[in-house]
Design a protein around this ligand. Structure first.
Ligand code: 28F
Length: 647
């Protein structure tokens, strides 16, 4: 047993104060103490190993989800230094693990993965874990040091010889901090590691799950490695789609940083499969690199089209939407001092990076189009078709607008609006059909609750493209009611409600409508998802009431199948109860619908978030796109997870 340090000197006080700050307000450091914050701990540790790869010293990282939901991460880098830190007089590894923001490995020359919510340092992981064990392999020996609640409990000591070098960190998230759950989600981690592998060409990351053992006793494991880097990433995004060109790749370097771009068009209609990263962080909210990229794409395609006579002088310019229809692209920038802004700190603010990206894309794409006239013509004709569809849709809208010129900006007839004009207090329920619409209109509190009944299935925008979608009355009424418009005219400030609640029936049709609506929001209003405006209502699926009782009142409402059996077991004489299955919202009377699903005090709403844009992109394309094969594979792969219990 290694002696505990009795005396407290300067660095001890600093350690205690830092850790105290983290434990008091963990949300400040990891965003939340829910599942996202829990997974953030893993990203903090792995980011340090990836930094070591960025610096050129590590090419292999193993991550274990252990049986007890602790996490072990092991890299083959140089190993955190163990010499005494000049200022703190304790081993550098102890400084990195216990002093806030001490992980700043590289001052000027290198790129740290971190920034924004990222890069708070592994000391935050330490503060929010009941225990952390670190093993360092360096100079032919292996050393160990361990911590509890962020405090050193076992000083650094040699445990024996070591082959190779590297750092291994195991941590146990503190259930006192992560009260909601300390259970890791395999897919969440797998998706992030897949992304990291794409963004760091050649780096191998292997994820092992000791909780999932196969018949031969082997733990589930998956290797993520992309020798083609972001070209592989674009191929992954376009898997199963008909593509118009081989992926185009180019890179550039400037005094402020580096940029890498890969892009590939397909026949699909999506225009938001452009993913941007800064120092490996997914900049969901875009920023200066995205702006430079978009402008360069639009200008380059227009210039090329005109130079080849594919766009006549009298033709209007292709819009950004036209040029990006069907485009999947990765824009990855690395910069020394990233400035992250926006709602979720995932918008890049550095203005100096914009011209670097703009020039690189103009040059890179321009050369590609000149040197590859056949795919170039396909790409341009895709864009000109989009332009024509847009023109046609505009004319169609003009026609309808002229027809009822008075209410051209009126809200859709089906909308039962709320009286409040304060969007932050207002909510809109999107319901299926007029019967549900009817009871929702009676049930609601009309001061702040609006109802928009949809007539049956909505168009699958994944296959229809923006302009054909706009000609669908349901879609255009949805857009008008929400008020933000779409595409280049989208403005979240114009949202008329800050809660947009999808309230469809708890049956297969309802699930399909919900999927179509989520596809619509993901494709045309993703920022509303990032802002947390999109919700899914949770109506009850069963009602329990006493057999032939005079009182028709429901004893208990049940919201999912699992809870049914548990509740029936609780009422030890189910024979005395009738179980009523609600097939549609219309079957509940307004009071029941209000009390169970719409009243803020008693309802449960699921907030929709794009936790992993890559995953969302793939699922939406695979499930809703026009390629049958990937959908069949997806359904076969996930069929066991889907349970529509149809009594
Ligand atoms: C499983 C998680 O954390 N790997 C890490 C290194 C390597 C160095 C380092 C880390 C130097 C002065 C701070 C080694 N040799 N995996 C990891 N690998 N940190 S974290 O240095 C820490 C900085 O203060 C390292 C030479 N330079 C840097």
């Amino acid at each position: 047993m290694v002696a505990k340090s009795e005396h407290y000197d300067g660095s001890d006080i600093q350690v205690l104060e830092g850790l105290e700050a983290v434990r008091k307000r963990p949300g400040m450091y990891i965003g939340s103490t829910g599942p996202r914050g829990l997974h953030h701990l893993v990203y903090e540790v792995v980011d340090n190993a990836v930094d070591e790869a960025l610096a050129g010293y590590c090419d292999n990282i193993d991550v274990w989800i252990n049986q007890d939901n602790s996490i072990t991460c092991d890299d083959n880098g140089r190993g955190i230094p163990i010499d005494n830190h000049p200022k703190e007089k304790i081993p550098t590894v102890e400084v990195v693990l216990t002093i806030l923001h001490a992980g700043g490995k590289f001052g000027g020359e290198g790129y740290k993965v971190s920034g924004g919510l990222h890069g708070v340092g592994v000391s935050v992981v330490n503060a929010l874990s009941t225990r952390v064990e670190v093993k360092v392999r360096r100079d032919g020996a292996e050393y160990a040091i361990s911590f509890e609640h962020g405090k050193t409990v076992e000083k650094l000591h040699k445990i024996g010889p070591a082959k190779g070098t590297g750092t291994k960190v195991t941590f146990w998230p503190d259930p006192e901090v992560f009260k909601e759950t300390t259970e890791y989600d395999y897919t969440t981690l797998a998706n992030r590691f897949r992304e990291m592998a794409f963004l760091n060409k050649g780096l191998r990351i292997t994820l092992h799950d000791a909780r999932d053992i196969d018949a031969e006793g082997n733990p589930r494991s998956e290797v993520f490695q992309a020798n083609g880097g972001i070209v592989d990433f674009v191929k992954f995004l376009n898997e199963g789609k008909e593509t118009l060109n081989k992926p185009v790749y180019f890179e550039a370097e400037g005094p402020d940083g580096e940029v890498e771009v890969a892009l590939q068009w397909s026949t699909s209609y999506t225009t938001n499969s452009v993913m941007t990263f800064a120092n490996n962080i997914n900049t969901h909210e875009g920023g200066t690199h995205m702006d430079g990229f978009k402008q360069a794409i639009t200008r380059t395609i227009n210039e090329y089209a005109r130079s080849k006579g594919l766009l006549k002088d009298k033709d209007p310019n292709l819009s950004g939407e036209d040029a990006r229809e069907g485009l999947a692209a990765i824009v990855s920038v690395k910069l020394h001092d990233p400035q992250f802004e926006g709602q979720t700190k995932t918008k890049l603010g550095n203005t100096e990076i914009r011209p670097l990206v703009q020039t690189a894309v103009t040059q890179g794409l321009g050369e590609y189009l000149e040197e590859n006239p056949t795919p170039a013509k396909r790409i341009v004709s895709k864009a000109t078709q989009a332009l024509k569809a847009r023109e046609a849709a505009r004319k169609a809208r003009e026609m309808t607008r002229r027809k009822n010129v008075l209410d051209s900006f009126a809200l859709p007839g089906k909308l039962a609006d709320c009286s409040s004009k304060d969007a932050s207090l207002s909510e809109i329920f999107i319901v299926e059909g007029d019967s549900a619409g009817g009871s929702a209109k009676q049930a609601r509190d009309r001061t702040y609750q609006a109802i928009l009944p949809l007539r049956g299935k909505i168009l699958n925008v994944e296959r229809a493209g923006l302009h054909r979608s706009l000609s669908s009355e349901t879609i255009s009424s949805l857009i008008t009611a929400i008020g933000t418009n779409v595409g280049d005219d989208f403005d979240p400030e114009k949202a008329r409600y800050h809660r947009i609640i999808i309230m469809t029936d708890a049956d297969v049709d309802g699930a399909h409508i919900r999927c179509l609506l989520l596809t619509f929001f993901y494709r045309y209003m993703p920022e509303l998802i990032n802002l947390g405006y999109i919700y899914i209502a949770q109506p009850p699926i069963f009602g329990l009431k006493k057999k032939n009782s005079r009182n028709p009142k429901i004893e208990r409402y049940i919201y999912d199948e699992k809870a049914l059996s548990a509740t029936l077991a609780e009422y030890d004489d189910p024979g005395k109860f009738d179980v009523q299955r609600y097939k549609g919202l219309g079957e509940m009377d307004p009071e029941q619908l209000w009390e169970t699903t719409m009243e803020p005090a008693t309802r449960t709403l699921l907030q929709v978030n794009i936790d992993d844009a890559v995953e969302a992109e793939r699922v939406v394309s695979e499930l809703m796109g026009d390629q049958v094969e990937p959908r069949k594979e997806f359904i076969q792969k996930h069929a066991r997870d889907v349970r529509f219990l149809d009594i």
